[in-house]
Design a protein around this ligand. Structure first.
Ligand code: CP
Length: 291
């Protein structure tokens, strides 16, 4: 009983819609009793604010008890491995493991070896399923549909698990997705468009942070050059189609991919995305422990 959530590409479209329906119901005030007293361990081996603490919030709202984990104060510092750390929490009898780790598809080494359900809070540059689900919920609330919408994902695409997850699932849901940004961060087969064209043609302009921590080399552009060529500022807002929105998974860098005064402008849905993250994660937890 119950289901892991490791990626979205292995989920049928109908299942994605079903998670979004449940998330919307939680957003609209549905209360669920049935998980009180179950125990979740949030194991974040990479830094996180939104994913980690909105999972925590979602767990609280569903009545779970939560064990949080501090890698810097754990036996990882005594060379305990990732696998042995996760096995330890599983051996405590936790019901749910929410995990983020730098290695792509880290979860493959755990499948068949842990009893708890696993919710993926992000694996390397691979998958970020709950981020994509909250992006989808935000888009559905805005437009009431997916079919036919145009989405531009702009920035450090090649290092972004958000870009990779969204590019796949959004196309499957009938959206037309392109990418844009510095050539060094673009990927083959991800429908590149020049920045201005991408912004002008899209219903959803999704900006990404430059993930310096995943780069082997320094970015070739200065911050000023990046902001000028690929950053969304007040002047470029005029390029947006009527009704188009700006999204960003955050954390965002003000003055780099997004100007300070665009973060909370009327086109921005960035904090709405964060709010929706709680409800999507509630739906993922319910699915993991009840469905
Ligand atoms: N969007 C996102 O994953 O943010 P955090 O890294 O803060 O969790």
């Amino acid at each position: 009983m119950g289901k892991n959530l490791l990626d979205l590409k292995s989920l049928e479209v109908s299942e994605i819609h079903s998670i979004l329906e449940q998330a919307q119901a939680f957003h609209d005030g549905e209360v669920f009793h049935g998980l009180e007293g179950r125990v979740a361990a949030n194991l974040f081996f990479e830094p996180s604010t939104r994913t980690q603490y909105s999972f925590n919030m979602a767990e609280c709202k569903l009545g779970l008890r939560v064990i949080s984990f501090n890698p810097a104060g754990s036996s990882l510092q005594k060379n305990e491995s990732f696998y042995d750390t996760v096995k330890t929490f599983d051996s405590f009898g936790t019901d749910l493991l929410v995990i983020r780790h730098v290695e792509n598809e880290y979860y493959n080494q755990l499948l068949g070896h842990v009893n708890a359900k696993i919710l993926n809070g992000g694996d390397g540059t691979g998958n970020h399923p709950t981020q994509s689900l909250l992006d989808l919920l935000t888009i559905r609330q805005e437009f009431g549909r997916f079919e036919g919408l145009r989405v531009a994902i702009i920035g450090d695409v090649s290092h972004s698990r958000v870009a990779h997850t969204n590019f796949e699932v959004m196309q499957r849901l009938g959206m037309e997705v392109c990418t844009s940004g510095p050539e060094e961060y673009m990927e083959e087969g991800m429908h590149f468009k020049p920045f201005e064209e991408a912004v002008r043609q899209s219903d959803v302009v999704m900006l990404l942070r430059v993930q310096h921590e995943r780069h082997a080399e320094h970015m070739h552009l200065t911050v000023e050059q990046y902001h000028d060529r690929y950053g969304m500022d007040r002047n470029k807002l005029a390029w947006l189609k009527e009704g188009a929105i700006i999204m960003h998974p955050a954390p965002f860098n003000r003055g780099v991919e997004i100007a300070d005064d665009v973060v909370e402008c009327d086109r921005s849905r960035i904090f709405k995305q964060m709010n929706n993250g709680v409800f999507v994660r509630m739906a993922a937890i319910k699915r993991a422990l009840c469905d």
